[in-house]
Design a protein around this ligand. Structure first.
Ligand SMILES: *[C@@H]1O[C@H](CO)[C@@H](O)[C@H](O)[C@H]1NC(C)=O
Ligand SMILES: *[C@@H]1O[C@H](CO)[C@@H](O)[C@H](O)[C@H]1NC(C)=O
Length: 199
């Protein structure tokens, strides 16, 4: 007896099967990726590399009545990699030393690597050009000279990368924004925590 009603509609269309399989594969891929990332984080416990000021000394400061400031400073920064199992690389470092928002010096470094659980010193010794101070900066300098304490700011950032093997890497940006105060009499820096933070 010929069938009058097609039962085609009750079978799942091959296209639907294909989409379902693709979706299943995607879900499995997402789960596997999640497990891999979680495992890597548990095993390696990545810590963001950072930069800190280890030593700062104001060797000389010349400020004349025409409002020109010239300084001579020694700065040691340390790039820290506290990861026990991963190398870290630093690049695109650009840190400004400022007085009252006026650029005094630019602290750069070529890209460099820091081995696992290690650190690297970056030494700077610089003499600034005579910098003309505006009105606000002159007031700040007058107050600083009276107090015998000169405030500077360190502002900037570096790109950091944490690497395992060839293909796995995590990128960070580390930003520095801190105050450095110096005794005018002997040039010593007043202890302050000056470490970059990862954003
Ligand atoms: C990491 O470095 C510190 C000091 O440099 C050292 O005391 C420590 O044993 C090192 N840890 C590992 C796991 O290498
Ligand atoms: C520099 O002078 C300050 C204040 O007079 C003093 O506290 C500090 O110990 C001095 N630093 C050195 C290295 O002598």
């Amino acid at each position: 007896m010929p069938r009058l009603i097609s039962d085609e509609g009750r079978h799942t269309h091959p296209l639907v099967w294909a989409i379902a399989i693709v979706c299943l594969i995607l879900v499995i891929a997402v789960i596997i990726t999640g497990i891999v990332v979680l495992t890597v984080y548990i095993i390696y416990k990545p810590k963001a590399p950072y930069i800190k000021v280890a030593y700062a000394h104001l060797n000389n400061l010349v400020y004349d009545q025409s409002g020109l400031l010239q300084i001579d400073m020694t700065l040691t920064m340390v790039a820290e990699n506290d990861n026990m199992r991963a190398h870290a690389s630093f690049s695109d470092q650009r840190i400004l030393l400022q007085f009252h928002g006026i650029d005094v010096a630019v602290l750069r470094a070529d890209p460099f690597e820091v081995a696992k659980n290690n650190s690297l010193e970056l030494n700077y010794l610089f003499q600034s050009q005579p910098i003309p101070l505006g009105e606000g900066a002159r007031d700040t300098m007058d107050v600083a000279l009276k107090r015998g304490m000169v405030p500077f700011e360190l502002i900037g950032q570096a790109r950091t990368r944490w690497k395992v093997g060839f293909f796995l890497s995590v990128r960070f940006f580390t930003r520095l924004n801190c105050h450095l105060n110096f005794f005018l009499l002997n040039g010593s820096a007043i202890n302050s925590d000056c470490s970059s933070k990862t954003k």
